[in-house]
Design a protein around this ligand. Structure first.
Ligand code: UD1
Length: 417
């Protein structure tokens, strides 16, 4: 089983282009199903989650080819509407295919996605949104059977601004004649990216980035060419790495306004930041300071996906910071691993009190989930001595060539078999 070996304490310097956003590319690839013909998607990162999405598209009868960071999907020969359990298990967010299949074929069958490393991941909001649009959904022995014989645009109210449920409702609404309004919608930048792709396909949709999204469904769509936005969480990871290891780095390809909550934490912790269109520069010369409480929240609040990564940087700084995780139940699994590196973190329910210890020390640690794994790499870069991070499969779900990119910035990190 391969692992990363990191010699910590080397400051990071240089410039890096951040890859396309995992959380955008998955729904956009699913949206390619909406029409026959060939869509061309640029800036697609090479991640195991993207490979799993392409496997599903191929199984459903689509052609899916990658050349570099461009993926071409031809959905002309779409012939199946069922996704087997092993593919659903591989990637929980494949529930997004429900909306796309319903809109195109009026039918979809998939197994219940179940829980994941972050705890229970319910899909009740996805199902109630689709039901509100007229879908009939039978839940039997872990299988979901959906029929959309009488889909019609209506108002869909989400009691929690769920990213996935908002995206599923947007895709289904494209196939519903009439006007759909999604009230209480998630406002994440990836929702705006999906809207922009749907607009490129000819959809009549507006409001993404606000809590109310309108879709005039039943309009003829066509395949499109599109460039996926940059990955704001990958960007946050490199910034936290430079904050933990110190140095001066510049990232391109990610609009800084999608990262405001993370940037203001790093600034408060003592980093110097400069931003321009699609450019973020960070300099850090001194140990990080403790900051005001970090409470994860739906966008534009502090992203739950950035919690572990920032915690890892602050754990090796000075001063105390309170974290409160409000989105997922089991999102502190990296804490035990950080403690192996000398971190002082007290947990109480949703709260984690981090007291900076000045410097972490290297240890053999295990990735517990995607962002938890990235957090251990961040911690290792700032720590004294050697850190070994195993279970890289989690990290590969969301980062393309994390080790190579960090080496470009001067880090001493290599993958060992
Ligand atoms: C997406 C992102 C994930 C990110 C998360 C929060 C993708 C592929 N994944 O996940 O990386 O961490 O947003 O920004 O884009 N909920 C329900 N019922 C539902 C759906 C969600 O109760 O039917 C709850 C969840 O338990 C959670 C909250 O709503 O507490 C937000 O989850 P949601 O926004 O749906 O996350 P995902 O779309 O799964």
């Amino acid at each position: 089983m391969s692992y990363y070996e990191i010699q910590g304490g080397r400051p990071l310097y240089g410039s890096l282009a951040v890859h396309g956003a995992k959380n955008s590319v998955l729904p956009i690839l699913a949206a390619c199903l909406l029409v026959p013909g060939q869509s061309v998607i640029h800036n697609c990162p090479d991640l195991s989650d993207v490979a799993a999405t392409l496997d599903i598209l191929r199984l459903l009868g689509c052609r899916a080819d990658r050349e570099g960071d461009t993926i071409v999907i031809d959905a002309t020969a779409l012939s199946r509407w069922d996704i087997p359990e092993h593919l659903m298990r591989e990637m929980r967010s494949s529930v997004i295919f429900l909306g796309a299949l319903l809109a195109r074929l009026g039918t979809a069958e998939l197994s219940y996605p179940g829980g994941c490393e972050l705890g229970p991941r319910p899909i009740d909001l996805h199902l109630s949104a689709l039901r509100a649009l007229g879908a009939e959904i039978l839940e039997e022995q872990g299988a979901l059977c959906c029929r959309g014989n009488s889909l019609r645009g209506r108002e869909v109210c989400l009691s929690i601004p769920s990213v996935g449920a908002t995206e599923n409702a947007m895709l289904t609404a494209c196939g519903c004649p009439g006007l759909t309004t999604i009230v209480g919608a998630a406002q994440e930048p990836e929702i705006v990216d999906l809207q922009n792709f749907l607009l490129a396909m000819g959809a009549r949709i507006s409001g993404a980035g606000t809590p109310a999204i309108s879709v005039q469904g039943g309009v003829a769509l066509h395949p499109a060419q599109y460039r996926v936005m940059g990955d704001r969480i990958a960007a946050a990871t490199y910034l936290c790495a430079a904050a933990a290891a110190r140095g001066e780095i510049e990232l391109t390809g990610v609009p800084p306004e999608t990262l405001t909550a993370v940037l203001s934490c790093l600034e408060e912790a003592g980093c110097t930041l400069h931003t321009g269109p699609d450019r973020i520069a960070l300099a850090c010369a001194a140990p990080l300071r403790g900051i005001s409480p970090v409470r994860t929240a739906p966008y534009p609040g502090f992203p739950t996906d950035g919690q572990a990564i920032l915690m890892a940087a602050l754990a090796g700084g000075e001063g105390a910071t309170l974290f409160v995780e409000n989105i997922f139940d089991a999102r502190y699994r990296h804490v035990d691993e950080l403690r192996r590196m000398g971190a002082d973190i007290q947990l109480a329910g949703r709260a984690a009190m981090v007291s900076g210890v000045g410097r972490l020390h290297g240890a053999a640690v295990r990735s517990t989930d995607l962002r938890g794994g990235a957090a251990l790499v961040v911690a290792g870069l700032g720590a004294e001595g050697t850190t070994q991070v195993s279970e890289l499969r989690h990290i590969r779900r969301g980062y393309q060539e994390l080790d190579k990119n960090l080496r470009t910035l001067g880090a001493d990190i290599r993958e060992l078999p």
